[in-house]
Design a protein around this ligand. Structure first.
Ligand SMILES: [Zn+2]
Length: 183
């Protein structure tokens, strides 16, 4: 993602303000359904119909146990207690870190957060208009108080998806803030 790496120093600084941090990691099998390369004749950002609705196709990315799936080399959050891997199923993509794109298959993170007694989450990272947006919406629906730290995110902006994401979050009452709110 263009300038996606630019959020790393800010996220490192932000993470120091939190006692409890969860890292989420896209972790796809090779030939994942979300890869344009797995669909002959399709290009990245084309849309296809799958069992759970429409799915945008992406360039190959974050293939499990390869360099592309690793965290950025400059990310320094040693106190993160959990690394949640998502998108692990061959036939389902996962934007949200709570539910995969069929909107039914849980990743287990809701249970983890509840069992730990957390009621409010702050989100940062990539990509604002997909993984961050859907994570925020699911967390809101599950009853968590949600703050998206927007200057610690970067987006992709496919067909106006940045605007759509902001409108959706605002409509739900999810707070969009900048990093200064936690500094
Ligand atoms: Zn992915």
């Amino acid at each position: 993602m263009p300038r996606g790496h630019a959020v790393v120093p800010l996220i490192n600084r932000l993470a120091k303000r939190f006692l409890h941090v969860v890292l989420t990691q896209d972790w796809h099998p090779p030939d994942h359904l979300s890869f344009a390369s797995a669909h002959p004749g399709k290009q990245p950002y084309d849309t296809i119909a799958v069992d759970y609705g429409l799915q945008i196709l992406w360039p190959d990315h974050c293939v499990r146990a390869t360099h592309g799936a690793e965290f950025h080399k400059d990310l320094r959050i040693p106190h993160a207690a959990l690394v949640l891997r998502k998108g692990i199923h061959h036939k389902i993509d996962s934007y949200s870190t709570f539910y995969e794109n069929d909107r039914k298959t849980p990743t287990g993170l809701v249970g983890y957060l509840r069992e730990r007694g957390f009621t409010r989450i702050f989100l940062a990272g990539l990509a604002f208009d997909f993984c961050v947006r859907y994570s925020a919406e699911d967390a809101h629906r599950e009853g968590f108080e949600v703050v998206v730290i927007e200057d610690a995110c970067r987006g992709i902006d496919v067909d106006g998806s940045m605007t759509t994401a902001r409108e959706s979050l605002d409509g739900l009452g999810v707070v969009r803030a900048n990093a200064e709110v936690v500094s």
